[in-house]
Design a protein around this ligand. Structure first.
Ligand code: ATP
Ligand code: MG
Length: 539
C-alpha cells in the first residue's frame, strides 16, 4: 500500500491535480494546505480518536499523541473556529490537495486502494441548508466537469449516508465504470437513475412475480435430504425459486435483537436497507452458537414455530397471501405450501430489504436497471452540524445568536483517478492515456543509426519543444520492435516515428495515434501543422 511515483506516473498525477485545482478554483473554493499530522485532541473532541480504525497513531518526543491524517474534518473545523465568528463570513469552501494515510485493512490494486494516497478534499461551511445545497450542487457540477475534462466514462450515483444521517442529507459518489471496480452500481440509461447498489431502490420485474404460487396449498412437511441451499431445494421440489422463501437470521447490535429475514428465494438481502428498516447502526449474521442456542437448525431454518425471541421480517416483494417452500425447522426437512398470513408468526414486519438486481424496473417504472461495476473516484457529502456541534464551533447569526454552521465535504481520489483511467482505457499492448492527463503528448520514436539522421531527430525534438509540445524522446540505441512495444505500453496519445531507411527513401515520417491505431505519413516540414491538427481531435 505504499507507492513511489516515478517520472511518468508523477506527470499524470500532476495533470489530474491541475484539472482538479482549476475546477475547484472556478467554483469558488479556496486552496489551503493543512498539516499531514494532526493532534489527538481534535479527534477526541469529535469522538473519532477511538472510532477510526484506519488511523495511524503515534507519539512525539513530548509523549503527545498524534496521527497521520486519514481525512481532515476536525482540522478544518479548528481553522474555521479560530478565524470566523460571524455569519457574514459564510459560506466558505476550503480545499487542499494533500497526502492522506489510511491503514486500510486490505490495500490492493496498487494506487486504487493504497495506504498512502493523494486526495483533494474540500470542506464547506454554511448558515443554513439552502446555502449548503447550493454549494453542494456547485461541487457536483465541478466534479462532472473534472471527469469530463479527463475524459472518463462515469456515473454519479446516490450513495449511503449512514444510519445517523438526516433525511435532507444528500450524498453522491462519482463512479468510473470499469469491470475491475470494487463497487456495484445500479444504473438506468433511459431515466438517468444511478445508485450505489447498497442504496438502490427498484421494483422487481413483474414477469418473475407472476410465477409466485397463489393457488391454495396445504402446509406440508417434506423430506429434503442434504439440501441446504435454496437452489437445491427448489430443484428437488421442482418449483421455481420465487416459490420459496430464503431465511436469514441476523443480530441487530444496536437494539440487541434477533431477526428472521425472509426474502423471495432468488433475492439477496441488502444489509444497508435492513439497517435502515430496523433503525440499527450495526447488524451481522447470527453466529452458529447463537443459532444453536435459539434452537435453529442451520440450512433448514424457517418461520414456522420460530422462537418469540426472534422477530420476523418479510421483504416487501413477498406476497403474504401466496404459498412458498420454506425451511422445515428440522434437519433435512422443508415445508411446502407455507403462507405467511395463514401460517406465520404475527405480528411481523414488512420492509424493502432486497438487493436491487439486473433487470429490475426503476422505482418510477419507466426504465430497466443494469448493474455495472464502478471505481469510486469522488464522493460528495452533506455532513450537517455533526462536526461543528461536537467541536463547539459557532458563529453569530443575523439575530446575534450563536449557531453551529452546517458542513459539506467533497473528496476526489487524485491518485485513484490515475489508476481508474488506466483500468478504463487500455488494450493488450498497454495503457491508452486520455490526452488530458497523459504524462506527455508525443512519444518520439527515433530509429536512427547514422550521425546524420540522429542530427535530424535532435532538431525535430527541439523544434517540437520550442512549439510547446510535451515530448518523450526515445533516442535509445535499440531496435524498432523494442521501441514500438515500449511506446504502446506507455500509451502516450501520439507516436511520432522517424525511420532512418524510410526517411532516406522519401523524406517521410509517420504519426501514429495510440488509441485508434490510425497512421499518417507526413513530410518533415508538415510535422508541426499535422501534429496540431491530429492532437486537436484527441482532446
Ligand atoms: P472507499 O469506499 O473506496 O474506501 P471512502 O468512502 O473511504 O472510499 P472517502 O473517505 O470518501 O473514501 O475519500 C474520498 C475519495 O478518496 C474516494 O472517493 C476515493 O476516490 C479516494 N480514496 C479513498 N480511500 C482511498 C485509498 N485507500 N486509496 C486511494 N484512494 C482512496
Ligand atoms: Mg475507505
Amino acid at each position: 500500500g505504499l507507492y513511489n511515483y516515478l517520472p511518468f506516473g508523477l506527470k499524470a498525477v500532476q495533470k489530474v491535480e491541475r484539472i482538479v485545482r482549476e475546477e475547484m478554483n472556478r467554483s469558488g473554493a479556496f486552496e489551503v494546505q493543512m498539516t499531514m499530522v494532526t493532534p489527538s485532541e481534535l479527534w477526541k473532541e469529535s469522538g473519532r480518536w477511538e472510532l477510526m480504525t484506519e488511523m495511524c497513531k503515534f507519539k512525539d518526543k513530548r509523549d503527545s499523541e498524534i496521527c497521520l491524517s486519514p481525512t481532515n474534518e476536525e482540522a478544518v473545523v479548528e481553522i474555521m473556529r479560530k478565524s470566523i465568528k460571524s455569519y457574514k463570513n459564510l459560506p466558505v469552501n476550503l480545499y487542499q490537495i494533500n497526502t492522506k494515510f489510511r491503514d486500510e485493512i486490505r490495500p490492493r490494486f496498487g494506487l486504487m486502494r493504497a495506504r498512502e494516497f493523494l486526495m483533494k478534499d474540500a470542506y464547506s461551511f454554511h448558515l443554513d441548508q439552502d446555502c449548503l445545497n447550493q454549494t453542494y450542487q456547485k461541487m457536483y457540477d465541478a466534479y462532472e466537469r473534472i471527469l469530463k475534462r479527463i475524459g472518463l466514462e462515469y456515473v454519479a450515483v446516490i450513495a449511503d449516508a449512514g444510519a445517523m444521517a438526516g433525511p435532507e442529507q444528500q450524498t453522491h459518489e462519482f463512479q468510473v465504470v470499469a469491470n475491475t471496480g470494487e463497487d456495484e452500481i445500479a444504473y438506468c440509461e433511459k431515466t438517468g437513475y444511478g445508485a450505489n447498489i447498497e442504496k438502490a431502490s427498484s421494483i422487481r420485474n413483474t414477469e418473475d412475480l407472476k410465477q409466485i404460487n397463489k393457488s391454495e396449498q396445504k402446509l406440508e412437511l417434506v423430506a429434503t435430504p442434504g439440501m441446504a441451499t435454496i437452489r437445491d431445494v427448489c430443484e428437488f421440489l421442482k418449483v421455481p425459486q420465487v416459490q420459496s422463501l430464503k431465511s436469514l437470521v441476523y443480530f441487530d447490535e444496536t437494539n440487541e435483537k434477533f431477526f428472521l429475514i425472509l426474502t423471495l428465494g432468488d433475492d439477496e438481502l441488502n444489509e444497508i436497507k435492513l439497517k435502515a428498516a430496523i433503525q440499527s447502526l450495526e447488524v451481522r449474521p447470527a453466529r452458529d452458537a447463537e443459532l444453536d442456542h435459539l434452537g435453529l437448525p442451520k440450512g433448514f431454518i424457517g418461520p414456522v414455530g420460530i422462537s418469540d425471541k426472534v422477530e420476523v421480517l418479510y421483504d416487501s416483494c413477498v406476497d403474504l397471501d401466496a404459498f412458498y417452500a420454506v425451511g422445515g425447522m428440522k434437519e433435512d426437512m422443508h415445508y411446502t405450501g407455507f403462507s405467511p398470513n395463514r401460517d406465520g408468526q404475527t405480528p411481523c414486519r414488512v420492509a424493502d430489504v432486497r438487493l436491487t438486481k439486473q433487470g429490475d424496473l426503476t422505482s418510477d417504472g419507466k426504465g430497466v436497471i443494469a448493474i455495472k461495476r464502478g471505481i469510486e473516484v469522488g464522493h460528495i457529502f452533506q455532513l450537517g452540524d455533526k462536526y461543528t456541534k461536537s467541536m463547539d464551533f459557532t458563529v453569530l447569526d443575523q439575530n446575534g445568536k450563536a449557531v453551529p454552521p452546517l458542513m459539506g465535504c467533497y473528496g476526489v481520489g487524485v491518485s485513484r483517478v490515475v489508476a481508474a483511467s488506466i483500468e478504463q482505457n487500455h488494450d493488450e499492448n498497454g495503457i491508452i492515456w486520455p490526452a488530458s492527463i497523459a504524462p506527455a503528448q508525443i512519444h518520439f520514436v527515433a530509429i536512427s543509426k547514422s550521425e546524420e539522421s540522429t542530427k535530424i531527430c535532435d532538431e525535430i525534438y527541439t523544434q517540437l519543444l520550442d512549439s510547446g509540445w510535451e515530448v518523450i524522446y526515445d533516442d535509445r540505441k535499440a531496435g524498432p520492435g523494442f521501441k514500438f512495444k515500449d511506446a504502446d505500453l506507455l500509451g502516450l496519445p501520439i507516436q511520432l516515428v522517424f525511420g532512418e531507411r524510410d526517411f532516406a527513401k522519401d523524406g517521410m515520417l509517420e504519426i501514429r495515434e495510440r488509441k485508434s491505431g490510425k497512421v499518417h505519413k507526413i513530410s518533415r516540414d508538415e510535422i508541426l501543422e499535422k501534429m496540431t491538427e491530429i492532437y486537436k481531435d484527441l482532446v
